[in-house]
Write a protein that binds this ligand. Structure first.
Ligand code: ADP
Ligand code: ADP
Length: 232
């Protein structure tokens, strides 16, 4: 059962002498209910691959699927709809709206999509991530780790097919980072959530079920059930 798939994906930025080939025929299948980490040196194409899989960026050649839905050839409007309904995002910089409370931030994607919240599911996510007593706080009243946990709840509350996390622990100390990673891993174990995470950090990658290594725009290696030692 595959939650997202890249089939011979090429991505070329620019043209002529300024041309950059960011992805060179990438094939990757992301199994449903698994936590996949994407690692590789800076400039190896990690962000580009994630953006293509999430429908944030178009591919130059090849095909991308989320569930059974083929993204390649969709209009911008269809892609926007897909991102609202099937995909969740977690960013390095949290990207919370400063004037909204934690609860309002968490429910905003549902509100924008005009979807009704499932209160029972909201409660389950909040209690699992431990944010019950922080729901009325604004981002500036929360620690970095708490803000990222709010962002995790926001990503999960719409029950997306896939959650994409781009360096989710990049701005956190190791303790807050471990809490966030522990929650992401639990959401895979307990809720069957599918997660794809880009990271530079071998310790973060060790929380995943599988690590895909990119170099120079191609998949060069893969590791199942990683430990931090093995990732290094
Ligand atoms: P990573 O996430 O592994 O650091 P990226 O996917 O950001 O790698 O970048 C892969 C390559 O594509 C790099 O050479 C980068 O400079 C280039 N690149 C990424 N985005 C763009 C863009 N919008 N325009 C031009 N080149 C880009
Ligand atoms: P990340 O920290 O996620 O790897 P980057 O710093 O590589 O992000 O890129 C930040 C933004 O700039 C991204 O949207 C990426 O597509 C774009 N970008 C990266 N490299 C280039 C480039 N060489 N030319 C133009 N845009 C780029």
């Amino acid at each position: 059962d595959i939650a997202a798939r890249a089939v011979d994906v090429w991505k070329v930025y620019g043209s002529g002498e300024a041309q950059v080939v960011a992805l060179r025929g990438v094939n990757v299948e992301l199994a449903r209910g698994r936590f996949t980490a994407i690692m590789g040196p800076s400039g190896s194409g990690k962000s580009t691959l994630m953006h293509c899989l999430a429908g944030l960026d178009s591919v130059t050649r090849g095909e991308v699927y989320v569930g059974d839905t083929k993204l390649t050839g969709m209009s911008d409007r269809q892609l926007t709809e897909l991102r609202r309904t099937k995909v969740g995002f977690i960013f390095q910089q949290f990207n919370l709206l400063p004037t909204l409370s934690a609860e309002e931030n968490i429910l905003l994607p549902l509100a924008i999509a005009g979807r009704k919240e499932d209160r029972q599911w909201f409660d389950t996510v909040i209690d699992t991530i431990g944010l019950r007593d922080r729901l009325g706080h604004r981002p500036s009243q929360l620690s970095g780790g708490q803000q990222q946990r709010v962002a995790c709840a926001r990503a999960l509350v719409s029950r997306p097919e896939v959650v994409f996390a781009d360096e989710p622990t990049g701005n956190l100390d190791s303790r807050s980072g471990a809490e966030v990673l522990g929650f992401l891993r639990n959401s895979v174990r307990e809720f069957g959530q599918t997660i794809v995470m880009v990271t530079h950090d071998p310790n973060a990658a060790s929380y995943a079920d599988r690590v895909v290594f990119l170099a120079d725009g191609a998949v060069v290696d893969e590791l199942v059930d990683p430990t931090a030692d093995a990732v290094l």
